[in-house]
Design a protein around this ligand. Structure first.
Ligand SMILES: Nc1ncnc2c1ncn2[C@@H]1O[C@H](COP(=O)(O)OP(=O)(O)OP(=O)(O)O)[C@@H](O)[C@H]1O
Ligand SMILES: [Mg+2]
Length: 604
């Protein structure tokens, strides 16, 4: 079992391209339709230019109008064909590209889901945001601006060289040479010149995005400690670096475009030069002379997008590599191939000799821990900050793999069950509960999507939040702001408790559930919550002596090891099984708490 979070290595460029163009991503039928339409549009443009040139030449000779009818018809046909095929091709290519983007977004989120929360700890949220949004958006260029020009240029070049060669073979050869330069040599040069700026720009954008998100999230702290200006300076530095990279990329692009234009002009002139002797020798009617350079210009137009396509290709492959790299991050906890069924009812939870290390070469966060939580029992875990209490919760929720030992529910090993099954039994109220930027009702429905309003009010009432929610103008439809920014710490905790109660888990971990509440209110709420959870097993993680006194048993943790176990000796008069008097042996635990805080003080 490994516990290290891996940042994920980037796949090779070839692998990225073959994956992004695979059948799973791109519908072959749609791609073929888009290619044929693009070819029809491109050839119509060439046909239009060539027949128009011929028509103008011929018209200058004042022939009978009837002799021009076929050419006029061809011009009209090509003009309509170019517009119609161009329009249909854009529709088809965009449809194809947006279909792929949808699949990429699903792939990205599917890759992220099994990594939460353990393996995501090694990534900044800005980096993940960049991959899930900007990198996916960048990739639309692959399907709209990078691949189509190559395909169209190939087909158009073959057809136009054949046509020019049919009229004057030497002109066909010049066109083939021009196309080779503009379509192969220049793009290769562009690829060489564009690789570094493309790479640097994607990396630069990712750094800027990560720093921006971090600065926005940490804005209150930066302002409070007078570091806002430094943070802004850092953002400006990153922005300037990115602008410099963009400028370098633009210079190189400009150089390539200038070279391309020169080659286009030289090819048209060369074709004309080759055609003049053919006219003189009577091999080509004079009226056809203008057709050749015009045909050349139009054919070169089809390959003129290739250098730009190459520079897009670099950025796109880079973005694709970062996106596909998400799939190479090993999930910290994997589900077994043939999972054992989750036990029904309220199971007995047993942890034996459990050790958990967050980093492979780091210290044990919990070590050789034994916990036996009987069905319906309330077990308190107390211990100084950093002693491993939340780590116990992480292990029981299968968020992190344990390094050794075993955890079982009614004898079924937790590792033989899927993470989802384990978490359908074990639920937790986190110390840093996240509220989604939506309404109170929607935040509650995360625990139970089909919850009725009555159920939600019952849960809110148990969490002592019903009066507060009822007093809000929009009641359950009140928006809580981004990350719950518009509710207080205590209100957030009560909403989170209500959500947990609604989920109906049979083994419940309350990780400092009353943080943010004043002591008298905290006790009242905790009693109500424990009463509501009566019959289910509860692991109550707390710092407060009077809260631990509500448990049947108290265990103490210090430096990840068990230090004290105490069975309570009285039971609550208000509801069975829940004692009200603090146990004498809590003093032992308190000694540990004090010892822990002394150790921390002396170490700082
Ligand atoms: N994601 C993580 N990666 C690496 N180390 C971690 C991680 N989470 C916790 N730790 C370390 O593991 C140890 C136990 O942390 P834990 O969060 O379990 O303590 P705790 O008892 O819950 O503390 P508190 O009372 O402050 O919540 C600490 O030394 C902590 O720094
Ligand atoms: Mg904790």
């Amino acid at each position: 079992m490994t516990t290290s979070a891996n940042a994920g290595h980037l796949p090779s460029r070839r692998l990225v391209l073959s994956r992004l163009l695979s059948r799973d991503m791109v519908s072959r039928r749609k791609a073929a339709r888009a290619f044929l339409l693009a070819l029809a549009a491109s050839m119509s443009a060439i046909g239009l230019a060539a027949t128009s040139a011929w028509l103008l030449d011929r018209a200058a000779q004042h022939p009978a109008v009837l002799t021009l009818t076929a050419a006029i018809g061809a011009v009209q046909l090509f003009a309509l064909g170019r517009a119609g095929a161009g329009y249909a091709q854009r529709l088809e290519t965009h449809d194809l590209a947006f279909g792929v983007l949808g699949r990429l977004r699903v792939m990205c989120l599917s890759a992220l889901a099994p990594l939460a929360p353990a393996a995501l700890a090694s990534h900044t949220s800005g980096d993940l945001l960049e991959r899930a949004t900007d990198d996916v958006d960048t990739l639309q260029n692959l399907y709209l601006r990078a691949i189509p020009p190559f395909v169209v240029a190939g087909g158009t070049s073959l057809l136009s060289v054949a046509l020019a060669g049919f009229l004057v073979p030497q002109s066909g050869a010049v066109l083939a040479g021009g196309l080779l330069c503009a379509g192969v040599i220049i793009p290769l040069l562009a690829q060489r010149l564009g690789r570094d700026p493309g790479h640097a720009m994607v990396q630069g954008r990712a750094s800027l995005q990560a720093a921006t998100v971090e600065s926005i999230q940490g804005a209150p702290e930066l302002v409070a400690y007078g570091q806002a200006d430094r943070a802004i300076e850092r953002l400006v530095e990153l922005h300037l670096a990115l602008a410099g990279q963009a400028r370098r990329a633009a210079h190189r692009r400009g150089l390539i475009e200038g070279l391309s234009s020169t080659i286009v002009g030289a090819t048209a002139l060369g074709m004309l030069a080759m055609a003049v002797p053919a006219v003189r020798a009577g091999l080509l009617p004079g009226v056809d002379l203008a057709v050749l350079p015009v045909l050349g210009l139009a054919a070169m137009d089809a390959v003129s997008g290739l250098p730009g396509a190459f520079s897009h290709l670099h950025e796109d492959i880079e973005a694709g590599a970062r996106l596909l790299g998400l799939e190479s991050i090993p999930p910290p906890v994997t589900d077994p191939e043939q999972p054992a069924p989750a036990p029904a009812g309220v199971p007995r939870l047993m942890a034996q000799g459990v050790t958990l290390r967050y980093a492979q070469d780091g210290p044990n966060a919990i070590e050789n821990l034994d916990i036996d939580l009987l069905p319906g029992e309330i077990l308190a875990i107390v211990g100084p900050s950093g002693s491993g209490k939340t780590t116990v919760a992480n292990a029981l929720l299968r968020f992190w793999p344990i390094t050794s030992g075993s955890i079982s529910l009614d004898g079924t090993d937790l590792e033989s069950m899927t993470g989802d099954d384990a978490r359908s039994i074990v639920g937790a109220l986190d110390q840093r509960t996240h509220l989604f930027s939506t309404s109170i009702g929607d935040n509650l429905r995360i625990a139970k999507p089909d919850a009725s309003e009555d159920e939600m009010w019952a849960a809110l009432s148990l969490a002592h939040a019903d009066k507060w929610v009822a007093s809000l103008p929009d009641s359950l439809r009140t928006q809580v702001g981004e990350g719950g920014a518009s509710v207080s710490g205590g209100e957030r905790q009560r909403l989170a408790l209500a959500r947990l109660l609604l989920a109906g888990r049979t083994v419940v971990i309350l990780d400092e559930p009353t943080a943010g509440l004043d002591p008298s209110e905290a006790m009242e709420m905790l009693r109500d919550v424990l009463e509501a959870l009566s019959g289910r097993s509860v692991l109550l993680i707390t710092h407060r002596r009077e809260e631990a006194a509500l448990a049947d048993r108290v265990i103490g943790l210090s430096h990840g090891r068990l230090t004290a176990v105490q069975v309570q000796d009285t039971t609550s008069p208000s509801f069975p099984g829940v004692p009200t008097r603090a146990p004498a042996a809590f003093d032992q635990v308190e000694d540990d708490l004090e010892c822990g805080s002394r150790t921390r003080q002396s170490s700082t």
